[in-house]
Design a protein around this ligand. Structure first.
Ligand code: NAG
Ligand code: NAG
Ligand code: NAG
Ligand code: NAG
Ligand code: NAG
Length: 480
C-alpha cells in the first residue's frame, strides 16, 4: 500500500512537489554557499595574512581608522585629565555648600554598633547591617500578584524616568505588570527603605556598568530613591558614556557607565550604538580605558551579556608581542577571557574592606512565544501575565555562558555578590516594553498591521521588573 501522503497520489502533484522543493532548495543553497563563502573568505584572509597563527594582524593605520567606527582611543594625557575630573564627582564648591548646610553623618557610635553586630556573626562586608536568614535564597521564589504593595512609584512620579521606558505613556493598555511582587521561598525580602540606603551612601559613589539593560536598572534605582532626594544634579562625562547623578544632601553619587562588553569594543559609543560587526578587545589593558573611571567606587554593579552572541564566532582583538590581531573566537571562550580580566582587575584595584562588587546575571528575552506554549510566531507582544512554570528557561539565556559566570566569578579572590536575576526574569514575558516605547522612526503599514514584528522583548517597562532587581541588590548589600 502506498503511503497516504496527498502529494504522492498523482504524478502531476509529485512533479509540482519536486519543483516546490527546488523552490526552497535553490535559495537555501545560495544562502548557505554565501555564508560558507563569507566564512571561507574570512579564513582565507586570516590564512593569507598570518599563515601560522591564522590570525589577522591589524596594521597601525587600520587601528587609527577604528575611531571613525566609534572607538576613540583617548590619548594618555587626555585620559589623565578625564580621570582627574571624574574623581571630583561633586564640585568642591558644591561640597562646601553641602557641609555648610550641616548634613548629619551616621554617628560613629551607631556605625560601630552595626559592624560589631556583623563581625560577631562572621565575615564583615562593607555596608552589611545584618544577614539573610540561614538557608534563604532570595533568588528562588515566585511572583505574587499584590496590588497593595506595588508598584513602588508611579510612572509619572519619577523625574529620572527615560521616556522610552514609560510604557503607559507610550500607550500600553494593561498595567498589571506593575503589580507583581517577588516572593522568595521561605523568607521575605527586606523592604526597600530609600532614606536608610541614602544614609549609608553618604560620601560614597555607587556605579552601574554595562549596557542599556543596566541603564534601566540604574534608572530604576534612582526612581526607588527619589522621594528621599530633595535636590539633585545630573551631568554626563566622557562623551555621555558616564552619567553622574549627585544627591548633594548626602554627598552621594549614583552613576552609570556605558561599556556593553566591559572591555574596549567598537560598540563603546554611548549615543550611537554600533550593532553589526562587533569587535571586542581582549588583552592586557583593554579593560583599563573604562575601568579607570570605576576606581574608588564604593558600590560597583557590573553586567555584560546582551551584546554577546552565544553560539557564534565573535571578532576578538588579541595582542601578542606588541601587535594586535583579530581572531574569530567562540563567544563563550571570549566571554570567559573578559570575565577573567574583570576579576583580575577587581582583585588588583578594589579594596574589599571598603568596596562591594555585584555582578548582575543575564536578563531574559521573550522573542519566541512557542517556547512558553504560546502562539507559533508570536513574542512578548500582547502578553499580560507571567509564566508560572518555576523552571521555565528560554533560549535567549545561554546556559553555557551562565556556567562561565559561575566558574570565573566563583574563583575570584575578591568577594563578588551575584545578583542572579535570570530565572525570575525568565518568568516575566509580560514585563517588556514590547511596542510601547518611543519609536525612533515612523512605522510602516506592514509594521502597523503586524505589531509584534516591532516589539522590543529585551528591555523592561518601569515601574516593573527591574525594581525587583534592585530590591534584591538592596537585600544583598545590607543583608548578605
Ligand atoms: C584638561 O581639561 C581642562 C579643563 O577642562 C582643559 O582646559 C585642558 O586643555 C585639558 N587638558 C588636556 C591635556 O586635555
Ligand atoms: C527608613 O530608614 C530610616 C533611616 O534609617 C528610619 O528612620 C525609618 O524609620 C525607616 N523607615 C521604615 C518604614 O522602616
Ligand atoms: C564627599 O564624598 C567624597 C567621596 O566621594 C569625600 O572625599 C568628601 O570628603 C565628602 N565631602 C564631605 C563634605 O564630607
Ligand atoms: C558617537 O556617535 C555620534 C554619531 O555618529 C558622533 O556624533 C559622536 O561623536 C560619537 N562619539 C564618540 C565618542 O565617538
Ligand atoms: C543563577 O540561577 C540559575 C537558576 O537558578 C542557575 O542555574 C545558575 O547557575 C545561577 N547562576 C549563577 C552564576 O549563580
Amino acid at each position: 500500500m502506498k503511503p497516504s501522503f496527498p502529494s504522492s497520489s498523482s504524478s502531476s502533484s509529485s512533479s509540482r512537489r519536486k519543483s516546490s522543493i527546488a523552490f526552497y532548495i535553490v535559495p537555501l543553497f545560495l544562502i548557505t554557499s554565501l555564508a560558507i563563502f563569507y566564512e571561507e573568505e574570512l579564513t582565507y584572509i586570516l590564512k593569507q595574512s598570518i599563515p601560522k597563527s591564522q590570525e589577522l594582524e591589524i596594521s597601525e593605520p587600520q587601528q587609527e581608522s577604528v575611531p571613525a567606527q566609534g572607538l576613540k582611543p583617548v590619548s594618555e594625557r587626555q585620559q589623565e585629565n578625564i580621570s582627574a575630573q571624574s574623581l571630583k564627582s561633586v564640585s568642591e564648591r558644591q561640597q562646601e555648600t553641602i557641609s555648610a548646610q550641616g548634613w548629619k553623618p551616621v554617628s560613629e557610635k551607631q556605625q560601630e554598633t552595626i559592624s560589631a553586630q556583623v563581625s560577631e556573626q562572621g565575615d564583615v562586608l562593607p555596608f552589611a547591617v545584618g544577614r539573610t536568614e540561614e538557608g534563604c535564597d532570595v533568588f528562588k521564589g515566585m511572583w505574587a500578584y499584590d496590588e497593595a504593595s506595588t508598584p513602588p512609584y508611579g510612572e509619572d512620579d519619577c523625574p529620572f524616568m527615560e521616556p522610552k521606558l514609560k510604557c503607559q505613556a507610550n500607550g500600553r493598555p494593561d498595567n498589571a505588570y506593575q503589580n507583581w511582587r517577588w516572593q522568595p521561598h521561605g523568607c521575605s525580602l527586606p523592604s526597600f527603605n530609600a532614606t536608610f540606603m541614602l544614609e549609608r551612601l553618604r560620601g560614597k559613589r555607587m556605579l552601574f556598568v554595562g549596557d542599556s539593560l543596566t541603564k534601566g536598572q540604574f534608572v530604576s534605582m534612582l526612581c526607588l530613591l527619589r522621594d528621599s532626594i530633595p535636590r539633585y544634579s545630573r551631568h554626563h562625562k566622557h562623551y555621555r558614556s558616564h552619567s553622574i547623578f549627585a544627591a548633594p544632601e548626602y554627598n552621594a553619587t549614583i552613576e552609570f557607565y556605558w561599556a556593553p562588553f566591559l572591555v574596549t569594543s567598537n560598540c563603546d559609543n554611548a549615543t550611537f550604538h554600533r550593532v553589526l560587526d562587533r569587535i571586542v578587545h581582549e588583552y592586557s589593558g583593554s579593560l583599563d580605558m573604562h575601568a579607570q573611571h570605576w576606581n574608588g567606587v564604593d558600590i560597583l554593579v557590573l553586567n555584560t551579556y546582551a551584546w554577546w552572541q552565544p553560539g557564534k564566532k565573535m571578532k576578538i582583538v588579541r595582542r601578542s608581542q606588541g601587535k594586535k590581531y583579530i581572531r574569530l573566537m567562540n563567544a563563550q571562550d571570549a566571554y570567559r577571557l573578559v570575565l577573567k580580566s574583570m576579576v583580575s582587575w577587581l582583585e588588583n584595584s578594589m579594596d574589599p574592606q571598603k568596596t562591594r562588587v555585584f555582578f548582575t546575571t543575564m536578563s531574559a528575552t521573550h522573542f519566541r512565544s512557542a517556547e512558553w506554549g504560546g502562539k507559533r510566531d508570536g513574542n512578548c507582544y500582547g502578553e499580560t501575565t507571567p509564566i508560572l512554570d518555576p523552571t521555565y528557561w528560554g533560549s535567549g539565556s545561554s546556559k553555557g555562558m551562565m556556567e562561565v559566570v559561575t566558574e570565573v566569578l566563583g574563583a575570584s579572590k575578591t568577594p563578588i555578590s551575584i545578583i542572579n536575576i535570570t530565572q525570575l526574569s525568565e518568568h516575566r514575558k509580560d514585563a517588556h516594553v514590547s511596542i510601547y516605547r518611543m519609536q525612533p522612526y515612523d512605522l510602516t503599514q506592514s509594521q502597523l498591521g503586524r505589531p509584534e514584528s516591532n516589539a522590543d522583548c529585551n528591555h523592561w517597562c518601569l515601574p516593573g521588573l527591574q525594581d525587583t532587581w534592585n530590591e534584591l541588590l538592596y537585600a544583598k548589600l545590607f543583608f548578605p
